[in-house]
Design a binder for this molecule. Structure first.
Ligand code: SF4
Length: 209
């Protein structure tokens, strides 16, 4: 990462971490993917049951591979034929991994979901939720974060899942009510009732989309 971008990201991350702390959530800054992996593994006790909700960023820092190889009970929902059973196991997991579609400089997390298993597990269930967040996802405010989630993250996911939505054709949100829409639920996490439950690792890199 360019040193000027790194300097800016370090400074901005301190503001984000302060915002997260004020919301009863914990924030950490990682100077690169390797440091992010190290921090994530510090937060996950050996023997823990761990699952995830489509977190590309966790793959990108090597966390999923490390968990599969290590002494953890990694619940791989792709390996389950019964997806509902996998989702129910996720609610009772020790650790849930995710990223965000966007977040604000003052620590509000924004996530959009179609099936809604991801946003429901973020809101309630798993004992600990760890977000891996590239600094590319930090936006000025809630309005900016919602725009990013709907006009960047969701249309790219529409391409990824090859679904039939207007944004797959136009590249930006058309506020559809298509049966294929991936924008069924919008979760804004602005405070955590449970101390020590939500952890956000901010990574000095572009992760996910
Ligand atoms: S509401 Fe529809 S068009 Fe807009 S991002 Fe979601 S799926 Fe795409």
């Amino acid at each position: 990462m360019n040193e000027n971008i790194t300097k800016r990201n370090e400074l901005l991350a301190q503001k984000v971490i302060k915002g997260l702390t004020s919301r009863n959530m914990s924030g950490y800054y990682a100077k690169d993917k390797e440091e992010a992996l190290e921090k994530a593994l510090q937060l996950i006790e050996e023997g823990s049951s761990v699952t995830m909700g489509g977190a590309m960023s966790a793959h990108e820092i090597g966390l999923v591979e490390a968990l599969k190889k290590g002494n953890y009970n990694f619940i791989d929902r792709d390996a389950y034929e019964d997806k509902r059973a996998a989702m129910l196991l996720a609610y009772d997991a020790d650790v849930f991994l995710s990223s965000v579609n966007a977040m604000t400089e003052d620590g509000i997390l924004i996530n959009i979901d179609g099936n809604s298993n991801r946003v429901s597990a973020i809101a309630q269930g798993p004992k600990k939720v760890i977000f891996i967040v590239g600094m590319n996802k930090v936006c000025d405010d809630v309005d900016g974060a919602m725009k990013r989630a709907r006009n960047v993250a969701a249309p790219i996911n529409a391409q990824r899942f090859n679904i039939n939505t207007p944004c797959k054709v136009t590249g930006s949100c058309m506020d559809c009510k298509s049966p294929d829409t991936i924008c069924c639920q919008f979760l804004m996490t602005r405070y955590s009732k449970h101390p020590g439950r939500i952890h956000v690792i901010l990574v000095n890199d572009n992760l996910g989309f």
